[in-house]
Design a protein around this ligand. Structure first.
Ligand code: UD1
Length: 425
């Protein structure tokens, strides 16, 4: 398995370009199933999850020509409605084909996503919504089976805002008969990006980005092109990389308005931030102070930035309380940060960090995508060398992370599987 080594202590400086948003790319690719013709999707991040979604579409029978940041997809040739366990177990977001397959092809069989490193992640709200729209839902041999001749518009209330759930239901409702209203919908910018794509293809969607999304079903969707929005979590991760190393970084091609909660917290911690239309400059030369953070659905502070902020708070003066309200057990990075010298206590859903600490390099284990990002950031600030094992997690969601960090002056190297593995942990 690949590993990455980082020799920390260098203030990062320079510019970095932000890639397309993984979490927008995935539902947009899945939604190609909803219509015939060729859809050309650009600004796709070159990350493993996007390749996995492409493979899944191919397994279903779609034609996928994927090169670099662009994919041309023709889903007129779908020949299977089954998403196999092998793929779903590597990427939970495979469940995003459930709604589109059901709406367009009348049935779908998708392996039940298992547990993952950030806790149990049920899909009950996806299924309850589809059932309300008239689908027959059953569970057999670890697979979810849904069937419906044609879905019917319905009034759906989500007990908790769910991102992929809202996306699945919005996609399914686009081809349903009549009007669907999703209440307590999630409001993440990635959902808005998906809706923008669907609307270009003829869907009728109103209220996206608010708690109540209304979808008037149409008979079919036509082909269209789409350029995926920039990744706000990747952007946030590079801002924290600048802050934790007391550096000065500029992000290019980002959407500052998608990062409001994070920018406010970084400013509160003492970073100087200037925002232009599609750029953010961060300067963190002076002392940082601890801030309290509570993760929440958008526009609240993103849970996908929690691990990175725990790492940052180890370098800040005073006590910070970071409360995770979206996922249980999303503190796997904390044990590893402690091995680097961080003073962090877990109290239920809160991480209490006392800083500042000079972290020291150590071998650490990545457990999930964002936890891995938190460890990379800690490694950038640590004295000496940090070795991160299981970095395949990073490849799921960060395009060319080592290369981008090197561009900012970091000393970071990827060691490919088999090469120089002896003598390491
Ligand atoms: C998406 C993102 C992920 C991010 C998360 C929260 C993608 C591909 N992934 O994941 O990066 O961390 O949003 O911002 O976009 N829940 C239920 N029942 C359901 C569905 C969800 O109880 O049927 C709960 C979950 O357990 C969790 C909360 O709702 O506590 C939010 O989860 P959700 O928004 O669904 O996360 P994902 O869509 O899986």
């Amino acid at each position: 398995m690949d590993r990455t080594t980082i020799t920390g202590g260098v203030p990062l400086r320079g510019e970095v370009e932000i890639s397309g948003a993984k979490n927008a790319a995935l539902p947009i690719l899945a939604s190609s199933i909803l219509g015939g013709g060729e859809c050309v999707i650009t600004n796709l991040p070159r990350v493993v999850d996007v390749l996995t979604m492409g493979r899944l579409l191919e397994i279903l029978g779609a034609k996928v020509q994927h090169e670099g940041n662009r994919a041309v997809i023709n889903a007129s040739t779908i020949s299977s409605t089954q998403a196999p366990y092998d793929l779903v177990k590597t990427m939970r977001a495979s469940v995003l084909v459930l709604g589109p397959l059901l709406a367009r092809w009348g049935e779908a069989t998708v392996s039940m996503p298992g547990g993952c490193a950030i806790g149990s992640r049920p899909v009950n709200l996806h299924l309850a919504g589809l059932a309300k729209m008239g689908a027959d839902v059953s569970m057999e041999h670890g697979y979810i089976r849904v069937k419906a001749k044609r879905l019917k518009g319905a009034q759906i209330y989500c007990d908790t805002p769910t991102v992929t759930g809202t996306e699945n239901l919005m996609m399914a409702a686009s081809l349903a008969e009549g009007t669907t209203v999703i209440e307590n919908a999630a409001k993440e910018p990635e959902i808005t990006d998906l809706a923008d794509f669907l609307v270009k293809r003829g869907a009728r969607i109103d209220g996206v980005g608010t708690d109540v999304v209304t979808i008037e079903g149409v008979r079919e969707l036509h082909e269209s092109d789409h350029d995926v929005i920039p990744d706000r979590i990747e952007a946030g991760t590079y801002l924290v990389a600048g802050a934790i190393t007391r550096g000065a970084v500029t992000l290019r091609r980002c959407r500052p308005n998608h990062l409001d909660a994070l920018l406010m917290k970084l400013r509160e911690a003492g970073a100087i931030i200037e925002v232009e239309k599609d750029r953010i400059h961060l300067n963190a030369a002076s002392r940082l102070k601890g801030v309290d953070i509570r993760t929440l659905p958008y526009p609240g502070f993103p849970t996908d930035m929690q691990a990175q902020m725990v790492a940052l708070m180890t370098a800040a003066e005073g006590m910070s309380v970071i409360t995770e309200t979206v996922f249980e057990s999303r503190f796997m990075h904390v044990e590893e940060l402690r091995r680097m010298g961080a003073e962090v206590k877990i109290e239920g859903t809160r991480a209490v960090v006392t800083g500042p600490t000079q972290l020291t390099g150590a071998p650490v284990m990545a457990s999930d995508l964002r936890a891995s990002a938190g460890l990379v950031l800690a490694g950038l600030a640590a004295e000496g060398t940090t070795e991160i094992l299981r970095v395949y997690h990073l490849d799921r969601g960060y395009e060319r992370m080592e290369e981008k960090l090197r561009g900012l002056g970091a000393t970071i190297t990827r060691h490919k599987e088999g090469a120089a593995a002896a003598g390491t942990r």
